[in-house]
Ligand binder design. Structure first.
Ligand code: AMP
Length: 215
């Protein structure tokens, strides 16, 4: 059983560690960003509403996010816990999440907070590439694919996220500092916060996470 949140600025490595954590602890990965991107791809109403905010590097309004996550957490595969990635992103979302968990007799086990310098974040975001077909993540310098532009795992085409351009990435970091960083204090107070150095090599960081959560 693991109920956890990944917290940290865009480019902190949340998605990369998420892949490892969900495999080890056998819980679903719930990324609100992925849910929105899927909706945009499929042309749903939600996707249409979210798109303009995302492309500008702004947060999607709370009312479009909170119910979506609550519905997701009520699904059967969350009975053994979950790993939230990219949610909550505002104090309001965190309060709504706590309320929801309390109503369901649950509580958050841990909030894994990744600290990374802004300069590193910008390099990571603008160099990031994602597979169009399977969603695997790469970085042109740090995690390059064997063949440029092609996914190692499925042979799909790699693309840059629309919001990973220099200007939008910088805006997302600013939005994080203003609206999401206050969650660090919120979760420190609740006792759930665990801090990590997000600049560590991937394996080292993962080992520290496992040490903290427990086997
Ligand atoms: P991410 O993939 O987590 O970087 O999210 C990409 C974008 O989706 C963000 O820049 C926001 O526009 C939107 N988004 C994802 N999660 C949330 C959330 N919890 N609250 C508001 N907007 C979100």
């Amino acid at each position: 059983m693991l109920r956890a949140v990944l917290l940290g600025p865009p480019g902190a490595g949340k998605g990369t560690q998420a892949v490892r954590i969900i495999e080890k602890y056998n819980v679903p990965h719930i990324s609100t960003g992925d849910i929105f991107r899927k909706n945009i791809k499929e042309g749903t109403e939600l996707g249409k509403k979210a798109q303009e905010y995302m492309n500008a590097g702004q947060l999607v309004p709370d009312e479009l996010v909170v119910d979506l996550v609550k519905d997701r957490l009520l699904q059967d595969d969350c009975s053994n816990g979950f790993l939230l990635d990219g949610f909550p992103r505002t104090i309001f979302q965190a309060e709504q999440l706590d309320k929801f968990l309390e109503e369901n007799g649950q509580k958050m086990d841990i909030v894994l907070n990744f600290n990374v310098k802004n300069e590193t974040l910008m390099k990571r975001l603008t160099g990031r590439r994602i597979c169009k077909s399977c969603g695997a993540g790469y970085h042109i310098v740090n995690i390059p694919p064997k063949q440029e532009g092609i996914c190692d795992k499925c042979g799909g085409e790699l693309e840059q996220r629309k919001d990973d351009t220099e200007e939008t990435a910088a805006n997302r970091i600013k939005v994080y500092d203003e609206q999401t960083a206050p969650l660090i204090g919120y979760y420190k107070e609740s006792g759930a916060l665990a801090d990590f150095d997000g600049e560590l090599p991937l394996d080292e960081l993962f080992n520290k996470i496992v040490e903290t959560i427990g086997e």
